[in-house]
Write a protein that binds this ligand. Sequence first.
Ligand code: ADP
Ligand code: LRH
Length: 496
Amino acid sequence: HRPAVFGAIDIGASSGRVVAGVLDDDGLRLEVVHRFPNGATEVDGHLRWDLSGLFAEVLTGLAALAARHPGVRSVGIDTWAVDYGLLDADGHLLAQPVAYRDDRTDAVVDLVHRRVDPARLYAVTGLQFLPFNTLYQLSAERQGPLWPRVAQALLLPDLLAYWLTGERRTEATNASTTGLLDAGTRTWSRELLEALGLPLELFPPLVQPGETLGPLLPEVAARTGLAPGTTVVAVGSHDTASAVVGVPAEGRSFAYVSSGTWSLVGLELDAPVLTPASRAANFTNEGGVDGRTRYLRNEGGLWLLQESLRSWAGAGEPVDQDALLAEAAALPPGGPTFDVDAPDLIAPGDMPARIRRAVAASGQELPGAPAAVARSILDSLAVAYARTTAEAEALAGQTVDVVHVVGGGSRNALLCQLTADLSGRLVLSGPVEATALGNLAVQARAAGLLPADLESLRRTLRRGLTLATYTPTTTGRAARLSSSVTSSPGGRPAPV
Ligand code: ADP
Ligand code: LRH
């Protein structure tokens, strides 16, 4: 058989890529055809994404895809969640989108909670409190200079899809991260939109993963060399939704850690858990592909390491990540840890200093050497992964047999081993490109070329992959017993 080829555009907060998915009798093979860096920078007083620059990279990537593979069947797009671009009545982007790490929502969180009680917000949306959820960003926007000219808001993957096809829709998994979608009905909550003074037609109509958005605009096809008529298919456009599809699990008794800029730690469920206990533990119920619930907590992630590396480089002492991780691995277990979810670690800035303060606040001491800082970050992440997995299991009443670590962090062997040690569970790591894999798999399934149900689909994906296995070690178990992993509740407290 001739292989079928699909294209994934997958852009994370730290980097993007365009990936070819080549499906033949041996399975779905991934080829990264273009990679590019990403990051937010301050422009006009706000941290912003350069979405026009990212779109140029997308076109370059699609051209590379077309050059390598004539006859690409379809293309799918995913990016990080919650952020959006604002369009005027003519469909023009009013400004480069503000990034979720910008501090403009600090001033409006209380205002929103005066309009809608946080307990009610959780009962309707099931969403974890994060100060940058879209509802807070839009509430800040309503007070800004652009608001009178705003006709529509497009979540970032939807904005890229609009530029590729001319079609404006809101993909459902990403819509679930806005804080404006009803977790039960999976439609916009009129109650919340009204309470916050947001028009129902602010976002375009919903579209589900697997539905066709439309063909590429003729000028996009001409510029990239993709065949006219090549379609853009909706996928789990929230990168974490695609990553969870790409978790190569057997059955349902698994936990996942999608480990990149953030760590998304949790379970896949059939229905949301909207209990007060779940809210108190600040767990989120995001919309998954096929109506599944992604029951997880968004925890601090490798941003802590990325930003530390940036600080050292900025101070004229650049550090090589591989060498740093090797040094960190040689340090003894049981070193100082901190709460990776502390709100003051969200913004950019001198990360090692902030971590040192967080460690000191709990009466511990952090040595100055970069390896000690890196080790403390990884110990603290592993504590969070272990604790959240245990809490998810208890809150959802679902047994966990194995923890799958996917994304860039799955390459970090120290992090994976520490997660096995501190959780006392088997950890399987890989694939690094789980998000692109999930994006491509949903397209191949929509074309009728992969099994319909998620469990069979994942089994098919797993056949083509080599996963690394980490089992809990004895020294790790000792560290676990001496730490608070098994006893104290974790996570940023929900607002009262
Ligand atoms: P995002 O999608 O949020 O941009 P990724 O899933 O691409 O994030 O993960 C990026 C992170 O993965 C990096 O910050 C780095 O910490 C980690 N990573 C990537 N490659 C390696 C590697 N070879 N060894 C250790 N860590 C790695
Ligand atoms: C990961 C992610 C995560 C969100 C955050 C904003 O890339 O999409 O799921 O919480 O970015």
